[in-house]
Design a protein around this ligand. Structure first.
Ligand SMILES: Nc1ncnc2c1ncn2[C@@H]1O[C@H](COP(=O)(O)OP(=O)(O)OP(=O)(O)O)[C@@H](O)[C@H]1O
Length: 317
């Protein structure tokens, strides 16, 4: 059963193609990461899924209902898009109470969501005294009020310091463990990769990857990093390995990195021993998601950051 299904979803803004022919299916339950550099169409996709803007062409379903009729599913969806509007002089609790009243929800929900986002104890303070991380948690609490099946969070870690990012990640994992589907967008894969079960990667309006994180990891380059007992033997070791057909590179730390999986360690050892070389260390290394994307698309997280800086520069100039 899928939580979201799209077919040829496309959105233009005048000359700009924000999203082009997006066809995907997302599973229910777990944390789904929506990743792409700034301007790649993440917010456009989220806004279409929430019925805030219409597609130029193509179709999509959320919780088995068409996005052309958002009234049929929006009461089962919680969302945090851009900065949520709270009354700064009022407490977190009072803000949530008025939202609950507006939506006809029982006051008991306020207590429950304050617990979930761990704001009990700070709930009586005016929101204007909250840190950015606390405001994000309050935003997530507001999105959770209707007890939604699906939670969509647009860049909830944006602007947070490392401890704030870790907190939000933990919260997302807890929400998914409780049986919800959580879709979380980010322009930085590294910020969310550890918490996602499933990834959708878009770049400049086009889908690059849609699938389980585990499938991606199996594509990771496996390597074994080895070091000779005596550094002076490194060149001879490289020559021995290369002569045996192994692909070998130097690492910046002075070790040798061999394209081999963890079961081939004994073969490497034998090869070294033939040349009278003793190995000091042997460490299997698996590529990160970032490296996989680098190989798939020629761009990694560094480039995402670079794209962000370039966009900021364009705005300034
Ligand atoms: N209302 C709009 N009018 C004109 N162009 C728009 C509008 N909304 C989005 N765009 C353009 O569509 C493209 C995709 O933007 P979108 O905000 O969806 O990307 P994003 O991946 O969410 O980026 P960010 O991480 O910066 O939020 C960009 O080129 C953007 O300038």
């Amino acid at each position: 059963m899928s939580v979201i299904k799209t077919a040829g979803l496309t959105r233009h803004f005048g000359e700009v193609t924000a999203l082009e022919g997006l066809t995907l299916e997302l599973p229910r339950a777990g944390v789904i990461g929506l990743v792409g550099p700034n301007g790649s169409g993440k917010s456009t996709l989220i806004r279409m899924l929430l019925g805030l803007i219409a597609p130029t062409s193509g179709t999509a379903e959320v919780l088995d209902e068409p996005i052309s009729a958002p009234g049929r599913y929006l009461d089962r969806v919680g969302a945090l898009v851009e900065n949520p509007a709270f009354v700064p002089g009022l407490s977190a609790r009072t803000n949530l109470m008025s939202l609950a009243r507006l939506r006809g929800l029982p006051a008991s929900r306020v207590e429950e969501v304050l617990q979930v986002v761990d704001l009990i104890g700070r709930d009586a303070e005016p929101v204007k005294r909250f840190s950015l991380g606390m405001k994000q948690r309050l935003g997530i609490a507001a999105a959770l009020l209707p007890d939604p099946e699906l939670l969509i969070l647009d860049e909830p870690t944006n602007g947070l310091d490392p401890s704030g990012i870790v907190e939000i990640r933990g919260l997302l994992a807890d929400l998914a463990r409780a049986g919800r589907t959580v879709i979380v967008s980010s322009h930085l894969l590294a910020e969310i990769e550890t918490v996602c079960d499933f990834l959708v990667v878009i770049r400049f309006g086009h889908l690059i990857y849609c699938g389980p994180v585990t499938d991606l990891l199996t594509r990771a380059r496996q390597r074994i990093e080895i070091a000779a007992e005596h550094a002076r033997d490194t060149a001879a070791l490289l020559a021995l390995l290369a002569a045996d057909g192994w692909q070998v590179e130097h690492t910046p730390e002075g070790r040798l990195s061999v394209a081999a999986d963890e079961h081939q360690g004994a073969d490497l050892n034998r090869c070294a021993a033939r040349g009278g070389i003793t190995l000091k260390s042997m460490t299997p290394v698996r590529g990160s998601l970032e490296e996989i994307f680098l190989e798939m698309t020629g761009t990694g997280d560094q480039d995402l950051t670079g794209a962000r800086a370039a966009a900021a520069e364009r705005k300034v100039s």
